[in-house]
Design a protein around this ligand. Structure first.
Ligand code: SF4
Length: 341
């Protein structure tokens, strides 16, 4: 009888922090810190898509960039499974990072800004290949053509410049570039939010097909909850640098456990105008990460806040298997989801 296979995470993030110093005055004194990411932990399993959501300023994009070491973490571990080894990306040397780079790639939000307008598609998509040793031009051309076909573009687009393409096509070029080196992990940073709604679904479907075909693992950073539902297996909700809820996708939308998730869901417009739903207003702005509120960081905006919330910092607790919430009162709250989103 064969032994049961233990599921090993491709990525383990432990207590990740990214604090940006606030520098002021003639002597460039550090007068405080913006705690953009403040103790984030999660696992990401091979072949899975974890959605990371929150309002702008929640720290979700910084998590994605810090994991790839595009930003140096302040502290914490980012363990990436590379062959039989588990490598800490957070503390890896320049040489080790160089070896890991092909396996960890990013798809950017803005297909207009992320592609150099002076480079042809061949150079844009072929650059990572060239940097990683594919020096033969013919071989590069062939591989770029294959990649273009794979992302739904014509192979003869090779000699064109980015301005000749629509937003959706440019994002496909960005995707081809990210996939050129057969990565295992792809951080998708709001990959469809700059696209017209009409092409968002196509780009999402493409990302899903590629994930299945190539066995990719995604960390999918986005603010649009309907987009995240479409593509994710699990979802983590962030507020002011911390994960406040982490859950399998359906449970999060049908039965949220954190008041912030409930408020985010209630803010999404429903497609059916006849359907009435409770609409919770998220009053005020996202808290300032350089001066987070005491106790629960969400208490100034929370409809259920009590005295305890101002004093005591809640822990992220597993309430049901795989469903975590950072709220003192999760067990007593009856929160409303949005199952049909
Ligand atoms: Fe709201 Fe209190 Fe729960 Fe924070 S701990 S989410 S303030 S009820």
């Amino acid at each position: 009888m064969g032994e049961a296979k233990v599921k090993v995470p491709l990525l383990e993030v432990h207590d990740l922090k990214k604090h940006f110093p606030i520098i002021k005055g003639f002597f460039n004194q550090v007068v405080g810190h913006v705690k953009a990411v403040d103790g984030v932990s999660f696992d990401l399993y091979e072949g899975e898509c974890l959605g990371l959501v929150g309002e702008s300023g929640s720290g979700k994009t910084t998590v994605g960039r810090t994991i790839l070491r595009a930003l140096a973490p302040t502290s914490g571990k980012v363990l990436f499974q590379h062959g039989d080894e588990s490598v800490d990306v957070a503390s890896a040397s320049h040489d080790v990072l160089k070896k890991l780079r092909p396996h960890m790639q990013m798809i950017f939000q803005d297909p207009y800004a992320s592609l150099n307008p002076r480079m042809t598609v061949l150079d844009l998509v072929g650059e990572p290949l060239l940097v990683n040793g594919v020096t033969d031009r013919k071989e590069r051309e062939k591989r770029v053509q294959d990649l273009l076909v794979r992302v739904g573009l014509k192979p003869h687009f090779l000699r064109r410049y980015p301005h000749a393409f629509s937003g959706g096509q440019r994002q496909r070029i960005g995707i081809a570039r990210a996939l050129a080196l057969h990565p295992k992990l792809v951080v998708c940073d709001e990959p469809v939010s700059a696209l017209d709604v009409s092409v968002q679904a196509q780009a999402l479907n493409l990302l899903q097909e590629l994930q299945e075909e190539l066995g990719l693992t995604y960390l999918f950073v986005a603010h649009d909850l309907s987009v995240v539902r479409h593509i994710s297996d699990r979802v983590a909700v962030m507020y002011v640098g911390k994960i406040v809820e982490l859950s399998p996708v359906d449970a999060l939308y049908e039965k949220p456990m954190h008041p912030y998730t409930e408020a985010l869901l209630s803010a999404v417009p429903v497609p059916d105008p006849k359907r009435k739903k409770k609409r919770l207003l998220l009053s005020g702005e996202v808290a300032d990460p350089s001066n987070a509120p005491s106790g629960c960081g969400f208490h100034p905006r929370c409809a259920y806040a009590q005295e305890r919330c101002k004093q005591e910092v809640p822990e992220l607790r597993e309430i049901e298997p795989g469903h975590f919430s950072r709220c003192h009162f999760t067990e007593t709250l009856q929160l409303e989801g949005q199952a049909d989103l």
